[in-house]
Design a protein around this ligand. Structure first.
Ligand SMILES: *Cc1c(COP(=O)(O)O)cnc(C)c1O
Length: 385
């Protein structure tokens, strides 16, 4: 069969665990379908158990969970928030939206995480928080980052969109900063189409978060019987998902171990089978420090240069395999320049790796024969100099 007649292999495909439809049906029968119904509490408690956080509030997205952190920390004009340039724009948007300034810090060349050695130099009197992203679910060096935050009285937020199931020195990612955010977008390990959560390790802001998430009302307290009527008592918006989505999410979270095992099998196959090919051509495979356990969120390769990255993408595309690049740096993006500030002399490592990185298809339902096709497709590429 020619490559053209073979079905295309996408980068990501929704993996259904089998109970989603049944749970959504049950949600429809039992109601209510608005937020904070029975499936929302089930999904929240499953999530709390996986991460070991003290509480979890489901949100409509990770973006909205990040927005909530900016409101809870009362960030606004005159404040600065330190974060990596190599991340999704939502990590920065949340703070720019409140008038605070995202301060972009370069990444480590090995893990592509915010370089903890550059953080302290970026701290000013205006700095209020550090937001970290565990890229590909490989942990940032949290002991160093938490110590810097403690010295300067800063909040730490983990944008844990990639990190569900990952660990740092035995501790679950998402359980280390005061607050952490999760994404259940369809490209993440556990998903419900669009969804997210805000996790609390330090419960200081929990009560206020429940109010802000419910349009600024104490409706949550009303339903618990703690107050006899609910009123508008704070600023807020609508950050809670329908119980229909929470039903889908519950099904996925219950199958967490199975989903993770399937993703790990794909990740490990790539890493083993591509090792010699990569090493012989100075192509870099993901670096997982021995103090990390990664959750098989992404499998990426760093090609020697932009030209080879583009050629490998093209080569795979001709074989019907979709392998995309990833983040375009934020520090020199139009909105990054307008709303943010770059620490030190730019982010040269971020600029460099963003040009050279390619991600291979990785999802729980990737068939063995498709995995073989991807591996053989990659192995048939030769770096040009
Ligand atoms: C996916 C992602 C987000 C946004 O998640 P949504 O749920 O789509 O809002 C934010 N940060 C990072 C690092 C992500 O990967």
């Amino acid at each position: 069969m020619s490559a053209a007649s073979q079905p295309k292999i996408p980068f990501n495909r929704t993996f259904l665990v089998g109970t989603e439809a049944e749970y959504m049906q049950r949600a429809m029968q039992q109601g209510p379908l608005s937020g904070d119904g029975p499936f929302t509490s089930q999904a929240s408690s499953l999530l709390t158990k996986i991460v070991g956080a003290s509480a979890a509030l489901l949100t409509t997205s990770c973006t909205h969970a990040l927005d909530l952190t900016a409101i809870l920390l009362e960030l606004g004009p005159g404040d600065e928030v330190i974060l990596p340039s190599f991340t999704f724009c939502s990590t920065a948007n949340a703070y720019a939206l409140r008038g605070a300034v995202p301060v972009f810090v370069d990444c480590r060349p090995d893990t592509l995480n915010i370089d903890e050695r550059l953080i302290e130099a970026a701290v000013t009197e205006r700095t209020k928080a550090i937001v970290v992203v565990h890229y590909a679910g490989v942990a940032c060096d949290m002991d160093v980052i938490m110590a810097i935050a403690a010295r300067h009285g800063l909040a730490v937020i983990e944008d844990n969109a990639h990190g569900l199931g990952g660990k740092y020195r035995g501790r679950a990612l998402g359980s280390i900063g005061g607050m952490a955010t999760q994404s259940f977008h369809e490209t993440k390990n556990i998903q419900c189409g669009e969804g997210g959560a805000l996790l609390f390790n330090d419960p200081t802001h929990l009560e206020r978060a429940e109010i802000i998430r419910e349009k600024g009302t104490n409706r949550t307290q009303f339903f618990r019987g703690m107050v006899d009527k609910y009123r508008w008592i704070d600023i807020g918006s609508s950050f809670l998902p329908s119980d229909l989505l929470a039903a889908f999410l519950t099904a996925q979270l219950e199958a967490f171990d199975d989903i993770q095992a399937r993703r790990h099998a794909v990740w490990a196959a790539y890493d083993q089978r591509l090792a010699d090919w990569a090493d012989a051509q100075s192509i870099v495979r993901p670096h997982v420090p021995d103090w990390c356990e990664h959750p098989a969120h992404l499998y990426y390769l760093l090609l020697p240069d932009l030209q080879n990255r583009q050629q490998l993408m093209q080569h795979l595309s001709e074989l019907g395999i979709y392998a995309p690049f990833h983040y375009q740096p934020l520090h020199n993006a139009p909105a990054g320049v307008q709303y943010g500030r770059t620490a030190a002399d730019g982010c040269p490592v971020t600029d460099d790796v963003a040009d050279r990185l390619i991600r291979l298809p990785l999802f729980a339902g990737l068939a063995d024969e498709d995995l073989e096709r991807v591996i053989n497709g990659v192995l048939s590429y030769r770096v040009t100099r």
